[in-house]
Design a protein around this ligand. Structure first.
Ligand code: 1CP
Length: 365
């Protein structure tokens, strides 16, 4: 790694919490805070495909900033997609509106896997976009970069697109483990390379999205997935705080936390205090991120207040019990496209102001 100077964000509640220190207010950002819920996004994107937008520095920077300006969230998340490094490596992928990433050729045979290109260069457009974003953020606002985990990317490659049951992916894993491991060996360096681009460009934190890991048994997760996610997280150990998240991963929280991250994302199905216990039992106390059900954003102020209070209370209990070292508020998965922007702004305001009668993180580190 070169000796670039990372931003020194002493006033960032997000970074304070990510480091296990006491933040000046409960930090919050939302997965999918940029995108279709915002009219200014739909306007800007008009006539530009999703993938093209991700390779235009000015546009990706502007889309990244839109939710920060509108909602007063404590972190921006880079506007990109998990398939961007695959595209940059030369894989023929398109993002089909209303559907998601679709591959021109599904990857199914050993020969398909051997033919997969590997990314071995920076993605200059993304690095340039990150530079623009960092110039615009204040020193209390962090920039989160992200990559997709090898399993979730493998699912898109093997299924050829979005999938309900991930059955071909699991079949490959079990019927031809050698080819599976070869596939993971091809994807992992591509992901690591893209992460390196983002790190060199100056992101303040990163999230590893293993969105579909929750479809696996713990046993399969440990054998076929965990080692590769571990490798990616290890590649940035000590550089910036790392967040690890998947959907429906209540049963995997222990195993996933062993991949190595300062922060564990929790989906909405598991109460924060139970999640903390599972993580604590596996690796010791970590920072929690989550876990409001995205549907609650559209359920009115009363429901929002009740659920936000409950979640902040559960996180405070986990911290008080020594099972967690902090809490970053988020949703249990991404903002739903039909969510009204005003409801998102309201939620942020409530998250910043609702008082649970708690709680400073214990001073020990
Ligand atoms: O605001 C943000 O959170 C940043 C934007 C972001 C992120 C973090 C986008 C833009 N994509 C992602 C990551 C991503 N992409 C994930 C992991 C996060 C998650 O679990 O939601 C996944 C699984 C994808 C794959 C993907 N890309 C899907 C899901 C399809 C499926 O299998 O169900 C979709 C719909 C896309 C396209 C996409 N990516 C991003 C946006 C705004 C869109 C919609 C594009 C459009 O405007 O049509």
């Amino acid at each position: 790694m070169g000796a670039m100077t990372r931003r020194n964000l002493n006033n960032s509640p997000f970074l304070a919490a990510a480091h296990g220190r006491t933040p000046s207010r409960t930090p919050v950002w939302f997965m999918r805070q940029a995108g279709r819920s915002l009219p200014e996004y739909r306007e800007l994107r008009e006539g530009t495909s999703m993938l093209d937008a991700c390779f235009k520095p000015d546009m990706l920077a502007e889309i990244t900033m839109q939710p920060v300006r509108r909602h007063d969230v404590d972190a921006a998340i880079l506007f990109s997609d998990i398939v961007i490094p695959l595209k940059a490596a030369g894989i023929d992928v398109e993002i089909v509106p209303g559907r998601g990433p679709v591959m021109a050729h599904a990857v199914r045979t050993p020969q398909d896997v051997r033919n997969l290109p590997v990314l071995d260069d920076d993605i200059a457009e993304v690095a340039e976009g990150i530079g623009i974003i960092l110039d615009e953020l204040t020193d209390s606002q962090a920039l989160i970069g992200f990559v997709g985990a090898p399993f979730t990317l493998a699912s898109y490659l093997v299924e050829g697109g979005p999938s309900k049951n991930h059955e071909r992916t699991k079949s490959l894993m079990h019927s031809d483990p050698d080819t599976w491991h070869l596939l993971m060996e091809k994807i992992t360096p591509t992901v690591t390379r893209f992460l390196q681009t983002q790190i060199s460009a100056g992101i303040d934190a990163m999230q590893l999205f293993d969105s579909w890991a929750g479809y696996l048994t713990e046993r399969d997760y440990r054998e076929f997935v965990l080692p590769y996610s571990q490798r990616i997280l290890e590649s940035v150990d000590g550089e910036i705080p790392r967040i690890h998240f998947g959907v429906g991963t209540g049963e995997l929280l222990g195993a996933m936390s062993q991949a190595g991250s300062e922060v564990m994302g929790v989906d909405w199905r598991v109460p924060m205090d139970s999640a903390a216990e599972r993580i604590h039992n596996a690796v010791g106390p970590r920072v929690l991120q989550g876990n409001l059900d995205p549907a609650i954003l559209s359920s009115g102020e009363q429901a929002m207040t009740r659920e936000i209070t409950r979640i902040k209370g559960e996180a405070a209990d986990a911290i008080a019990a020594g099972h967690a070292t902090g809490h970053i508020f988020n949703l249990g998965h991404g903002v739903l496209p039909n969510t009204a922007p005003e409801d998102i702004t309201k939620a942020v305001e409530l998250i910043h102001s609702v008082d649970t009668g708690a709680v400073a993180a214990p001073e020990k580190r």
